[in-house]
Design a protein around this ligand. Structure first.
Ligand code: ADP
Length: 451
């Protein structure tokens, strides 16, 4: 097992990884930007190294400084968390070149799944259903027109290297296509350094359903069931749950098999997530694979009892997976609310500042993953997510009731949070019936929330 792990991230995920390391008796090194000197993850690590000024590009994306910090402190592995450098194949390669284990899949797999057009081809060739669309990136407008015509409008154009809900556009008619393609492509070039675009049929009433997989170096792969992440604002997830109200036992088996096939096809090792869209007829289609730990992993941990971050570390150290597929049980129901320092009533405008009060009650089946305490500063330099509240219940209504009670008793002051907005989602009649799809926020959270 590793002796010392450097955690190349901040906020709640850095704290989560620190905890996993501590359980495995591994010493920890935190990194921090000048804006984060007083952060919780810095306080609870065994050691901490400042890696640069506040902007992300100068600190948490500064791979040279981060790797130097690992070398200086004698860390034998780096856990990248999510976001930041977690899906940068160059970073994974640089770690390995310095004799430091990157806790995640190999650089080649990260690169091949990071190119979403290539990932689609790989999965299609392996027999995993993909959303109907272009076989490759589109070369020019003429080709894009032809493909869109064949698919039928609406279509979605996507940046091959896109992520985090960016680089996506819905196109309703041929007139929109040219300008949207130009715009999205130049946006993608700026944001991701690559302007390649591909086209998919736009699935109108789909759910976002993703399957958690774990794989070790011996080639054993298990799946830990699905998460329904349909509740999204501008393609960004706000609330996730497992099991999905739209997935039957037999569909779960098929989704799990498809996810395992996807992982095996690319010789996957470590934790990963295979994302699908699920239509109203039980048909599902691969959209992408995330080669890292995801924000919403605790939902699955609550349901299965498997410590996914712990498994990531163990597997990266060469150990075997802790369990086989037959030993994995799905117990009850779990829901996660991503609490943002943002105003849900004003287009999720960020609300940076000092958190004067922060208190979320604990209790049976309640887990709070956070990187803040009372007195913490929410900086406008970083993502506004300050905590995740995860509630487990014996069934879905029990999990909803527990989440409502927990959020109602939460005390926050100094900044705005999405807690009131999450309470509105939980109270929504469609949500309570499990009738959700990826348009829930725009269609069901307007003024008329009845039904
Ligand atoms: P990103 O990598 O930016 O997260 P994804 O390809 O995972 O992008 O898509 C993000 C979200 O966009 C999905 O969860 C879904 O809500 C929506 N989406 C993606 N592809 C389609 C599609 N073909 N039809 C309808 N919605 C889609």
């Amino acid at each position: 097992m590793f002796e010392r792990v450097l955690i190349a991230n901040r906020g709640e995920i850095a704290c989560r990884i620190l905890q996993a390391c501590r359980e495995l008796k591994i010493k920890t090194v935190a990194i921090y930007s000048e804006a984060d000197a007083n952060s919780l993850h810095v306080q609870i690590a065994d050691q901490a190294v400042c890696i640069g000024p506040p902007p992300n590009a100068d600190s948490y994306l500064n791979s040279a400084n981060i790797i130097s910090a690992a070398v200086i402190t004698g860390a034998d592995a780096i856990h990248p968390g999510y976001g930041n450098l977690s899906e940068d194949p160059n970073f994974a390669e640089a770690c390995e070149a310095c004799g430091i284990v990157f806790i995640g899949p190999g650089a080649e797999v990260i690169a091949s799944m990071g190119d979403k057009a290539q990932a689609r081809r790989t999965m299609r060739d392996a027999g995993v259903p993909v959303v109907p669309g272009s076989a490759d990136g589109v070369r020019d407008l003429g080709e894009a027109r032809e493909i869109a015509e064949d698919l039928g409008y609406p279509v979605m154009i996507k940046a091959a290297r896109g992520g985090g809900g960016r680089g996506l556009r819905v196109i309703h008619n041929p007139e929109q296509l040219g300008a949207a393609l130009d715009q999205a492509s130049s946006e993608a070039r700026n944001a991701f350094g690559n302007g390649e675009m591909y086209i998919e049929r736009y699935l109108e009433n789909a759910r976002h359903v993703e399957v958690q997989v774990l794989a070790d170096r011996d080639g054993s792969v298990v799946h830990l069931g699905e998460r329904d992440c349909s509740i999204q604002y501008r393609h960004q997830k706000l609330l996730e749950e497992s099991p999905s109200p739209g997935v039957s036992r037999s569909l779960r088996r098929k989704l799990g098999e498809a996810a395992i096939r996807a992982a095996e096809t690319v010789d996957y090792c470590n934790a990963g997530t295979v994302e699908f869209l699920l239509d109203g007829k039980g048909r599902f289609y691969f959209i992408e694979m995330n080669t890292r730990i995801q924000v919403e992993h605790p939902v699955t941990e609550m349901l299965t009892g498997v410590d996914i971050v712990g498994e990531q570390i163990r597997v990266a150290a060469g150990e075997k997976l802790i369990c086989e597929q037959g030993q994995i049980w799905f117990n009850g129901h779990a829901i996660e609310c991503r609490i943002l320092a943002a105003d849900g009533d004003r287009d999720f405008a960020p609300s940076p500042g000092c958190i004067e009060e922060w208190e979320v009650p604990s209790g049976p089946g309640v887990r709070v993953d956070t990187g803040v305490t009372s007195g913490s500063e929410v900086s406008s330099y970083y993502d506004p997510m300050i905590a995740k509240v995860i509630c487990w219940g014996q069934d879905r209504p029990a999990a909803i009731a527990r989440m409502e009670a927990t959020l109602q008793s939460a005390k926050t002051a100094g900044i705005r949070t999405t807690i009131p907005y999450h309470l509105r989602i939980l109270g929504n009649a469609y949500f309570r019936r499990g009738e959700v799809d990826i348009h829930f926020i725009e269609r069901r959270m307007g003024l008329d929330e009845g039904g």
